[in-house]
Ligand binder design. Structure first.
Ligand code: NAD
Length: 494
């Protein structure tokens, strides 16, 4: 059986504790996974700390760091079949999604390498500088040791989003993968161990809340980068305040999908389904609130209910599957409880609302795509479910749609569907959310920033902003005036 070890100080290590990672489709063991002890978590942070202050890493030229990012990208590509296979088994991802994820993870390292080659770590600000007075520079420097924690939903992509900017910025890190899905992060550890990266720059461990807490509260951790629920994000922000750790938080969402009356109906129906069903709805950007113009509402609803029946819920390794099981019994129970609550609240169930069973599906946690017609009085209008459940609401005016969309504590993503893209852009600009698609959904561009407004997060990942999030900026003031009498402060004190 595959063994997933801990990457600490450049070495792949076992530990006294281990568990078996489970396939959510059938409960079978996927890999033997080593859990770090408290001492090993501390050792990993110490290795990251030593690496941060090592001459080898501090003096490494940015082009050489970019070469390493490209080497990691190539090695992911070389092991893509193995990675796809394990991502399917470990996370319940459909085969089609896993193929895209592994490709995206590899290309993320490559794109960051390109950005790094162009990145200016020292910039003279000509507007701030004045001849005979001062030369003013912005110098961008790595923050230091990072503690990074990722969720279980898209394991390799999440690990790539965290690790690539660490290498690009010159920081060092200990990354904790989610205990539910540690396998592809563990394979990435093997890849990194042989990538030419100095030992200790990237350390990878796994574990749950206990291991995450131990890692993030270590006083040597200067930057915390966390992706997960808003609830845990709040705790982490509180803990970070004790030593003023720098923070990047990518948290929950309840994204609004707005269909205007002039939308291409068939396209918007498919887009709405993709928005909430991708990866069984276990995606932070899921479009789980659908707002449809009253004038097309009945036609739209009819088309949506018909089309949803064509989505294949099935075993993740079947290439025809649209989406597979949810990750665990805990997640299944939580989603089913939301469904029951919504029924009790009297919302109209348009489709689904049940477990999908039959044959080998009985061994996994499959849920039929579920459509509810709701009002803002319903719980699922507001709360993130992280499952294949959609809340549909009609609107009379665009102003009403925008108001409803913005009436959320979250602000991660959203979309507007209309044939008039110029007008749709105007609507999009009124949404309080970090990403808005026009006639599109879920697609992310590694060159563009990603993150949340409001309680969906702090800071950004990806794009130039994603590298900036790992840098401190130093104002370097160099005097251009050597004459004592001309110094502006001379009169003030002498
Ligand atoms: P979670 O918050 O329960 O756990 C996330 C990670 O944090 C896991 O690795 C977990 O072990 C760890 N953890 C839990 N408690 C901790 C603590 N007190 N200190 C340190 N670490 C701790 O979330 P989840 O259930 O794994 O993932 C689903 C959530 O993640 C959803 O809310 C989803 O929206 C969010 N998410 C956000 C993004 C984004 O980019 N905004 C992406 C993916 C998922």
């Amino acid at each position: 059986m595959k063994e997933i070890k801990l990457l600490i100080g450049g070495e792949l290590k076992t530990s006294e504790n281990h568990y078996l990672s489970e396939n959510p489709a059938n409960g079978e063991a996927v890999a033997k996974v080593y859990l770090p002890t408290e001492a090993q978590i501390e050792e990993a942070v110490n290795k990251a700390h030593d690496a941060f202050y090592s001459e080898e890493w501090r003096s490494m030229d940015q082009n050489k760091r970019a070469d390493i990012l490209e080497a990691i990208s190539e090695k992911i590509k070389a092991r893509k079949d193995e990675l796809v296979n394990f991502e399917v088994q470990d996370s319940g991802s459909s085969l089609r999604k896993a193929k895209a994820d592994i490709h995206n993870a590899a290309s993320f390292f490559k794109v960051l390498a390109g950005q790094l080659r162009k990145f200016q770590f020292e910039v003279k600000d000509e507007n701030a500088s004045r001849a005979g007075f001062s030369n003013n520079y912005k110098v961008y420097e790595p923050i230091g040791v990072c503690g990074q924690v990722i969720p279980w939903n898209v394991p390799l992509v999440m690990a790539a989003w965290k690790i690539a900017p660490v290498i690009a910025s010159g920081c060092t890190t200990v990354l904790k993968t989610a205990q539910e899905t540690p396998v592809t992060g563990g394979i990435l550890a093997e890849i990194i161990a042989e990538s030419g990266l100095p030992k200790g720059v990237v350390n990878i461990i796994t574990g749950g809340a206990k291991e995450g807490e131990l890692l993030l509260k270590n006083p040597k951790v200067r930057k915390v980068s966390f992706t997960g629920s808003t609830q845990v994000g709040r705790k982490i922000m509180e803990q970070a305040s004790k030593s003023m750790q720098k923070l990047s938080l990518e948290l929950g969402g309840k994204s609004a999908n707005i269909v205007l009356k002039d939308a291409d109906l068939n396209l918007a129906v498919d887009g709405a389904l993709y928005a909430f069903l991708y990866h069984s709805g276990q995606v932070c950007t899921s479009g789980t609130r659908l707002f449809v113009d009253q004038s097309i509402y009945e036609d739209f609803k009819k088309a949506l209910v018909k089309r949803v029946e064509e989505v294949k819920v099935g075993p993740p390794n079947d290439p025809t599957t649209g989406y597979g099981p949810v990750i665990s019994k805990k997640q299944f129970d939580s989603i089913m409880a939301y469904i029951e609550k919504t029924k009790m609240e009297g919302a109209k169930l348009l489709s689904g609302g049940t477990r999908k069973t039959g044959g080998e599906l009985d061994k996994g946690y499959y849920i039929n795509p579920t459509l509810f017609e709701v009002t803002p009085d319903n719980t699922i209008f507001h709360e993130e479910i992280f499952g294949p459940v959609l809340a549909i609401t009609p609107f009379k005016t665009e102003e009403e749609a925008i108001k409803l969309a913005n009436s959320s504590i979250y602000g991660l993503a959203g979309a507007v569907w209309s044939k008039d893209t110029k007008h749709a852009m105007e609507v999009a600009k009124k949404l309080e959310t970090g990403t808005v698609w026009v006639n599109e959904y879920h697609l992310l561009n590694p060159g563009m920033p990603f993150g949340g407004y409001k309680q969906s997060g702090v800071n950004r990942e990806m794009g130039e902003e994603g590298i900036m999030a790992y840098l401190e900026v130093k104002h370097l003031w160099v005097s251009d005036c050597d004459e004592r009498g001309k110094k502006p402060w001379f009169d003030a004190i002498f």
